[in-house]
Write a protein that binds this ligand. Structure first.
Ligand SMILES: [Zn+2]
Length: 313
């Protein structure tokens, strides 16, 4: 078994150490394709997930550009995670990346094409607002061992923590604590929207089964009274009651039923996993083997946390 070619790039620092998971890197058995509308742009895009060689990791192909799903290419944008390279942007990557990371698709070429080939920006389809369809597509084609051009499998590495790592903005934080297994705990507080209110979700041992059953089908949520404001800011043009759960501060949930009573908070866990997958490189896992606690966190703070991990690596 070989170590990934890019393993030298995975430096070991005081707080983060890369360890073998005892497994080899994986990829998809065959290409899968999904099309749909973007939440923010409202534009239709087609995504093809292709099997990829070991050590190549996950990356988007958009136009002539290849954009690695790594924190170096993440750009701060409101309400979604965007990857950008040389002016070419792929928006709302978090739900797809969450599914790929959690399901163990270490190497994947993600081809994405918008409806207008001259655009320099494209958005991953929102589908039902969750990661469910991505998970189904991955499960349908299945996983296989990824090997390099010489047919060699690569060891799968995962980041472990030697000491706690945290970031915060005002009273929001992401903190990760050393642990022999993965666990995510998320908290949110919406005092102005009583139907959401204060929620905490803790995954317990976070493995594929837990992700599929407890997290993947949790949908994007939004506050009805903020929708107009966001649309005026050019966001959620493709938003509808089919791709988000909408809550009014006075009338409660407008399109029930919820998949879980704490679905908004579970969706935060889904986003967290997707954003932290940006710590992956060369087919390693990105989500640290740790207990990660996020409170009132969003995409920008998740990205801060990954940058912090890179600093202490
Ligand atoms: Zn989300």
């Amino acid at each position: 078994m070989k170590l990934p070619a890019g393993v030298n790039a995975l430096k070991t620092g005081p707080s983060v150490v890369w360890k073998s998971t005892g497994k080899v890197q994986q990829t998809l058995v065959e290409c899968v394709e999904i099309s749909g509308k973007g939440l923010h742009s409202g534009e239709v895009a087609r995504v093809r997930l292709w099997p990829e060689l070991a050590g190549r990791g996950r990356y988007f192909c958009f136009g002539s550009q290849s954009i690695p799903a790594c924190i170096e290419f993440a750009e701060e944008t409101p309400l979604c995670t965007t990857l950008c390279k040389d002016g070419m942007r792929v928006r709302t990557v978090e739900h797809l990346l969450s599914a790929l990371e959690a399901m163990g698709v270490d190497n994947c070429r993600i081809e994405i094409e918008g409806s207008n080939s001259t655009d320099n920006s494209v958005e991953v389809p929102i589908l039902d607002g969750s990661a469910k369809e991505w998970v189904h597509a991955i499960e349908e084609t299945g996983l296989r061992v990824a090997s390099d051009q010489g047919g060699n499998p690569y060891d799968q590495l995962a980041p472990h923590l030697n000491e706690p790592v945290h970031v915060f903005r005002n009273d929001a934080f992401v903190a990760a604590f050393p642990s022999p297994s993965r666990q995510v705990t998320c908290g949110i507080d919406f005092p102005q929207v009583p139907a959401i209110g204060r929620q905490w979700f803790s995954s317990g041992l976070l493995d594929k089964t837990c992700y599929t059953r407890e997290i993947a089908s949790s949908r994007t949520f939004c506050v009805f009274e903020e929708v107009e404001k966001m649309q005026k800011a050019g966001l959620i043009k493709g938003g509808s009651k089919e791709n988000a759960i909408v809550c009014s501060s006075t009338e409660g949930w407008l399109n029930p039923p919820l998949h879980f009573i704490d679905e908004p908070c579970r969706h935060k866990a889904l986003d967290l996993i997707g954003d932290l997958s940006l710590f992956a490189a060369s087919g390693s896992q990105g989500l640290p083997v740790a207990h990660i606690v996020a409170y009132k966190a969003g995409h920008a703070l998740h990205a801060d946390f990954v940058r912090r991990l890179s600093q202490v690596s």
